[in-house]
Design a protein around this ligand. Structure first.
Ligand code: NAP
Length: 279
């Protein structure tokens, strides 16, 4: 039996076991995907014991993504650029490798939701709100996808500047009070802040300055329909929710551990949506 896991602290909220369990059943694979709670002080020993415990690899979530980055034996170029690891696997030489699949997960969901041509809109521009861990992965994903200009606005400007350093020729910081101007120039607005998430205030932003051919993406997925996405729909703009990123980021890990590339299907999505629905 092939075994994989998601490790975090806490971990009870994670939907990853549901996603991977769905794929294991769908493909009739003799495998198991476990939820493992490991406190930060125990994380290095947990990683060191993976091989001996028979794991093929696993996912890493809060608060271990940066620690995993520093502890693995090798990194994919993408994980190196993002500075955080969310997927662990063993390479051909049995070295523990770290990848970051949040970037391709976000982009794959945009491709599926908007069609491949979204990168051509307005010459390829995006405005990213927020500059935390998820924003870094998303900016890397947008740059990899070839966008010509990515603006980043964050409550704490210094964190936005750290993202500018990823590629100063294409990434530019924007002051929060200049958002209306930046919105008028972009064709993709992405919320990566925690605003709009259950228990957090909504993102208070008037979407009127966005051009008519702009799209709006929110990576918050609880709730699935955030006030930002509702406002985008009310303006007649395509609205891309955060669940797709969560589903797509899981694909590369499953493919590596279980040797089968799964699909992000309506059935999988419906299963997670049902789980997210308030009881
Ligand atoms: P993080 O590193 O803690 O960053 C949080 C971001 O939100 C920062 O830019 C922070 O600004 C901003 N923020 C928080 N409160 C704010 C407020 N009151 N006003 C303005 N900005 C505020 O978190 P993260 O890991 O990047 O995650 C961010 C969100 O993305 C969370 O809701 C998370 O659930 C979601 N997420 C979704 C997926 C997915 O697969 N869909 C994956 C990862 C994360 P400052 O820098 O000024 O503090």
């Amino acid at each position: 039996m092939i075994r994989a896991f998601v490790v975090g602290h806490p971990i009870a909220h994670s939907r990853s076991p549901l996603i991977h369990g769905h794929w294991l059943a769908e493909h009739g694979i003799d495998g198991r995907y476990e939820r493992i709670d490991v406190a930060p002080e125990a994380f290095p020993a947990f990683l060191a014991g993976l091989r001996a415990n028979g794991f093929a690899g696993g996912n890493v979530t809060i608060p271990h993504k940066e620690a995993a980055f520093g502890l693995v034996e090798s990194l994919t170029p993408r994980a190196e650029r993002i500075g955080a690891v969310n997927t662990l696997f063993f390479d051909g030489s049995e070295r523990l490798c770290g990848d970051n699949t949040d970037a391709p997960g976000f982009v794959a969901h945009l491709d599926q939701s908007l069609g491949l041509g979204w990168t051509e809109r307005g010459g390829g521009t995006a405005l990213v709100l927020g500059a935390g861990g998820a924003a870094r992965a998303i900016v890397v994903g947008l740059l990899e996808r070839g966008l010509s200009r990515v603006w980043v606005a964050n409550r704490t400007p210094a964190r936005a500047e750290a993202l500018v350093a990823l590629d100063p020729t294409r990434v530019e910081g924007v002051a929060w009070h200049d958002l209306p101007d930046a919105m008028a120039r972009t064709r993709l607005l992405v919320n990566t802040t925690s605003l709009g998430m259950v228990g957090h205030p909504p993102l208070a932003l008037d979407l009127l300055p966005l051009p008519e051919d702009a799209a709006v993406a929110d990576i918050v997925y609880a709730p699935l329909e955030t006030p930002l996405l509702a406002a985008a729909r009310a303006r007649g703009l395509p609205a891309v929710d955060g669940l797709g990123m969560l589903l797509h980021q899981a694909v590369p890990g499953f493919a590596r551990w279980f040797r089968t590339t799964p699909g992000v299907t309506p059935a999988l999505r419906a299963r997670i949506v049902a789980d997210l629905a308030p009881a």
